[in-house]
Design a binder for this molecule. Structure first.
Ligand SMILES: Nc1ncnc2c1ncn2[C@@H]1O[C@H](COP(=O)(O)OP(=O)(O)OP(=O)(O)O)[C@@H](O)[C@H]1O
Length: 278
């Protein structure tokens, strides 16, 4: 059974003079959805993710993983991170070894798994991510998109039940984004719970189905995607770009499609366009 992540009245400041998170209350586990965290620059998305994985500690309030509050000693945090992985915005922050295979194996050696199990997991993770050809490459010669996949491999190889991703499409080109979208859809269908933070609203609309909107360190609204983008006031306050699928719905009355695939598969729309289009 997948553990629930819960935040109760979490406040956080990087120093005593400022406060970056204000009374955050979240119950991630009850939905079983892929969860999106959205909000403008500096609204506290990364800070919130870092608090959830225990890299930062709330000034007050509690964070629960399962039915237990997170403990901050090294041993408890190491254990937590086998179940709750985080993919950072900047992959250089989470790749430590000069060689790809060594880097991904590092976390498993740390867990003291036997070498046969390590080899098995490495094979599986490189295949799943389609990066078998990268495993013997020096990390310093990888592109940004390749590094991102290696960073994800380092998290996935622990087989966590939750993965938090901070700006997974940052620096990726069109093809990189498409691959990331497919990878995320694959992780969801494999039963991994995802929390994703990003500014890329078209991408987020496709991959997330429940959203939390942050502004100035506060959650100003939350809900299923079809509800949250109807909340004009929150969307304006958080200065969010409205995904184009939602705009097609709102501005010309097309059905609110769940994703691009559904839009392009709509036979009625195709028939209409072939009758009235040029
Ligand atoms: N290490 C730090 N020390 C002090 N202040 C910080 C630190 N990291 C972030 N901040 C501040 O905390 C606030 C929230 O930043 P955070 O990076 O969490 O926002 P974000 O929503 O992830 O932004 P972005 O979309 O630009 O990545 C900002 O005002 C930022 O300047």
């Amino acid at each position: 059974m997948i553990s629930v992540i819960k935040l109760e009245h979490v406040n956080f400041g990087y120093d005593s003079q400022s406060q970056q998170l204000h009374d955050i209350n979240i119950d991630f586990g009850k939905f079983g959805y892929s969860i999106g965290l959205v909000g403008p620059n500096g609204s506290g998305k990364s800070t919130l993710l870092k608090n959830i994985v225990g890299l930062e500690k709330p000034t007050s309030g509690k964070i629960y993983f399962g039915d237990k509050a997170i403990k901050y000693d090294n041993r408890s945090l190491r254990k937590l991170r086998t179940q709750l992985g985080m993919v950072f915005q900047n992959s250089d922050n989470q790749i430590f070894y000069p060689n790809v295979k060594e880097d991904v194996a590092f976390v498993l050696r740390n867990l003291k798994l036997d070498e046969r199990e390590i080899e098995k997991r490495l094979d599986w993770v490189f295949k799943s991510l389609g990066i078998e050809d990268l495993q013997d490459r020096p990390v310093q010669y990888l592109s940004g998109g390749q590094k991102k996949r290696v960073a994800i491999a380092g998290v996935l190889v622990m087989r966590p039940s939750w993965i938090l991703m901070d700006e997974p499409t940052a620096g990726l080109d069109f093809d990189g984004k498409e691959r990331m979208k497919n990878l995320i859809k694959q992780l969801i269908s494999d039963g991994i719970q995802l929390v994703i933070s990003s500014h890329d609203m078209n991408f987020m609309y496709e991959v997330c189905d429940y959203f939390y909107v942050l502004s100035d360190g506060k959650i100003i609204t939350e809900g299923k995607k079809e509800q949250v983008f109807e909340d004009d006031q929150a969307i304006r306050q958080a200065k969010l770009e409205v995904p184009y699928i939602v705009r097609l719905h709102r501005e010309i009355g097309l059905p609110l499609y769940n994703d691009e695939e559904q839009l392009f598969a709509d036979q009625k729309l195709r028939d209409f366009v072939s009758e009235y289009g040029e």
